[in-house]
Design a binder for this molecule. Structure first.
Ligand code: AHG
Ligand code: MN
Ligand code: MN
Length: 331
């Protein structure tokens, strides 16, 4: 039996929504196109001299890798001619990028992305990812502005990621109550095929995933919370410790095996490192749609109200029981 392709699956889902115009389907198709293009680029970067740094420091204060820039340019390119997307926001860009053709100016969708997540893994051939979030703007009569992007995570009309690992996997959810589905790329024909239907995040017991070298920068409750996982005192007992340095890879493992990923606030950076609009919010949407949970340590991630494009937030995401245990421990 031939598995459905991503495009077939998107069209089938679209038919479930009578009012659907097909615009969101085309956005998802373009996101998968960007993913296929980036996956191919990553394969050959090593011998094309595309590893390493550009020498630029981005708005995050981080050194930009050549592939960060290439991935960013790929996402912009696939939306340039679409028409339904009025503007995009990227981890690599200080401001939103509005498209200037007449059709796009009236476009009702805003797309946000972390074009290449886990960039520290590029030169060591580690797993990498891209994370995306799609919002709808309320008023298409006036020019798009940054305010159209500053929306709560629970307003997302679609969210997901692409994991570039031994295989390339596209995971997404659409609508308020859509399922989470995963598709694996057959490189030989450039098609994504359904391999993970209606993903349900297992209950607690999976690995805990945190950068333990930050322990000296956590408050006492956070130190005790992580120690309880490390020492097997957390619910469900002994856990593995797993941390790849790429949020998408750590999240994907947590989604499929359960457990918890933590990026707590730090004493000198109380909001932590991860960005709300294009890292925490899309993954929180995926987590909740798969039966898991996501919190900033006290509030539900999807209910946070962003005031800045690149604002950060602490992230505790994974099995519902594990996240609830973490929030209770931090109270
Ligand atoms: P990005 O490469 O997009 O900047 O994201 C890196 C993030 C995330 O992928 C990962 O979980 C985290 O940074 C790792 O941070 P530490 O090295 O501080 O643990
Ligand atoms: Mn990232
Ligand atoms: Mn990135």
């Amino acid at each position: 039996m031939t598995r459905p392709t991503l495009i077939e699956h998107i069209r089938t889902t679209e038919r479930l929504h009578p009012g659907a115009t097909g615009e969101l389907s085309r956005i998802l198709a373009r996101l998968s196109l960007a993913g296929r293009m980036i996956a191919q680029r990553l394969l050959n970067a090593g011998f094309l001299g595309e590893h390493g740094e550009t020498g630029i420091v981005n708005v995050q204060g981080e050194r930009v890798q050549k592939l960060d820039e290439l991935a960013d340019a790929t996402f912009v390119r696939v939306f340039e001619s679409l028409g339904s997307v009025c503007a995009v926001a990227s981890e690599e860009r200080a401001k939103i990028h509005a498209f200037d053709d007449d059709e796009s100016k009236a476009g009702k969708y805003c797309v946000l992305f972390d074009p290449l997540d886990g960039s520290g893994n590029i030169d060591i051939n580690g797993s990498l990812g891209s994370i995306f979030s799609v919002h709808q703007r309320m008023d298409v009569e006036r020019p798009v502005s940054e305010a159209d992007f500053l929306q709560r995570g629970d307003a997302q009309v679609a969210a997901g990621y692409i994991l570039y690992g031994p295989s390339t996997v596209f995971v997404y959810t659409a609508g308020d109550d859509g399922p989470v589905n995963g598709f694996t790329l057959d490189r030989s024909i450039g098609e994504f095929f359904l391999t993970h239907a209606d993903i349900q995040m297992p209950a607690g017991g999976g690995a805990y995933s945190v950068n333990e070298s930050n322990e000296g920068q956590w408050d006492e409750k956070t130190k005790e919370l992580v120690a309880s996982f490390r020492q097997g005192r957390a619910p469900v007992g002994k856990r593995a410790a797993r941390y790849t340095g790429a949020l998408v890879a750590d999240f994907h493992r947590t989604l499929l095996q359960g457990g918890i990923f933590l990026y707590p606030g730090l004493v000198d950076r109380p909001r932590g490192k991860l960005r709300y609009l294009y890292e925490a919010a899309p993954l929180a949407k995926i987590a909740e749609r798969a039966g898991g949970a996501a919190s900033d340590g006290s509030r539900r991630t999807l209910e946070l109200e962003p005031t800045e494009l690149h604002e950060r937030c602490p992230l505790f995401v994974g099995s519902r029981g594990d996240v609830e245990y973490a929030v209770e421990s931090l109270r």
